[in-house]
Design a protein around this ligand. Structure first.
Ligand code: ZN
Length: 299
C-alpha cells in the first residue's frame, strides 16, 4: 500500500476550554511541530494566535514560528491566510505569505486556497440557535486566481481546500485552465457539531466528496473534520488510499477523560495506519508524492 501523508493541524482558532493542550504562541507551536514530526507527521498547519488565544495574523508571528520550526526539523510548513479573521482583498490576504517568502528560513512550503465561498456561522447546540449570522468565508474566482499566480511565482504548493462538491468542481475548472498543475492536492473539509458548511463527517459525506474527484486529472486527497471526530473515518480513509489531516485545532481529542496532545493524536493515527499496512510518508516522500517544486525566495 502507498505511504500516507499525515498533517498535524495544531490550533486553528480552537480555545483551550475543550483541551488545554492547544498551542497559541510561536514557541508552543514550534514545540508541537517537532513533537508531531517525531511521531510521523510530514506537514504542520497552524494559525497565528495571541497569548489569550485571539487570532493574530501579524506576519511577525509567522516569521518567528516558521524559523523556529525550520530550526528543529524539515517538517513541511502550511500556514493560513487568516480565514475569516483576515477578511480583506486578495493582496491583503496574501500579504503575510509575501513577508514569509523573503528568507529561506521563514518561507513556508504550502499556501492554502479554499476554492469557493460558504456560510461559516457558529451553531450553539445548547441554545439551538446560531451565535453568529453574518460570517461568510469569501473566496472569489478572481481572488483564487491571484493566489494561484503568487503560489506558482514562489514555487509553493497550493493546498486546495474543498468544503463541498462545488469547491471541487472549481478545482476541476482551474486544472482545465492551467491555473493549477497536477497533481492537485485536495483537502476534503468535513464539518460537524457547531459548523455545517462542509459535508457531514460520515462515510456518506466522504463518499460524496471523493465521488466528484476531477476525472482525467491526477489528484491526491486528504481529509479534515473541522469540529468533529475524524477518528470515526480514519480507517475508511486509510483503506481508500486517502491522507489524513488532524489535530487539536479541529477537535478536542481525548482518551476517555484524558485530553490528548497533538503529538498523541498523530501517534494514534500513525499506529492505525501502520496496522492497516500504510507507513507514514516522510517529508522527502511527501514532496515526491505531491511533486513539490523548489521554493523561490523573493529577491
Ligand atoms: Zn487552518
Amino acid at each position: 500500500m502507498s505511504k500516507i501523508i499525515i498533517e498535524a493541524r495544531v490550533n486553528e482558532i480552537a480555545t483551550r476550554k475543550g483541551n488545554p493542550h492547544v498551542p497559541f504562541l510561536p514557541r508552543e507551536v514550534i514545540a508541537d511541530a517537532k513533537a508531531c514530526y517525531d511521531e510521523g507527521a510530514a506537514i504542520v498547519h497552524f494559525h497565528g494566535r495571541t497569548e489569550d488565544g485571539a487570532p493574530n495574523h501579524d506576519p511577525a508571528y509567522y516569521l518567528e514560528a516558521n524559523a523556529g520550526i525550520r530550526a528543529q526539523s524539515d517538517i513541511l510548513i502550511h500556514p493560513t491566510l487568516g480565514y475569516v479573521a483576515n477578511d480583506t482583498d486578495a493582496k491583503g490576504r496574501f500579504a503575510a505569505i509575501e513577508e514569509m517568502m523573503k528568507s529561506a528560513d521563514t518561507a513556508p512550503d504550502f499556501a492554502p486556497m479554499d476554492t469557493g465561498s460558504v456560510n461559516v456561522d457558529w451553531w450553539n447546540p445548547e441554545a439551538g440557535a446560531y451565535d453568529t449570522t453574518e460570517l461568510i468565508y469569501k473566496n472569489s474566482t478572481g481572488t483564487l486566481m491571484y493566489f494561484a499566480d503568487r503560489i506558482r511565482h514562489y514555487g509553493l504548493t497550493p493546498y486546495l481546500v474543498s468544503w463541498n462538491v462545488s469547491f471541487t468542481r472549481q478545482i476541476e475548472q482551474f486544472l482545465k485552465m492551467g491555473v493549477l498543475s497536477q497533481p492537485a492536492y485536495i483537502c476534503f473539509c468535513m464539518t460537524d457539531e457547531i459548523i455545517f458548511a462542509g459535508h457531514p463527517g460520515t462515510a456518506k459525506g466522504l463518499d460524496a466528496h471523493t465521488g466528484f474527484l476531477p476525472e482525467g486529472f491526477e489528484t491526491v486527497w486528504t481529509v479534515v473534520n473541522y469540529k468533529g471526530d475524524l477518528f470515526e473515518l480514519t480507517e475508511k480513509i486509510i483503506r481508500e488510499g486517502g491522507h489524513i489531516s488532524i489535530g487539536l485545532g479541529d477537535y478536542a481529542y481525548a482518551d476517555g477523560a484524558r485530553n490528548l496532545t497533538n503529538a498523541e493524536v498523530i501517534a494514534k493515527v500513525v499506529a492505525q495506519a501502520r496496522s492497516l499496512g500504510r507507513e507514514p510518508a516522510t517529508v522527502a516522500e511527501t514532496r515526491k508524492i505531491l511533486n513539490m517544486q523548489d521554493r523561490k525566495i523573493a529577491a
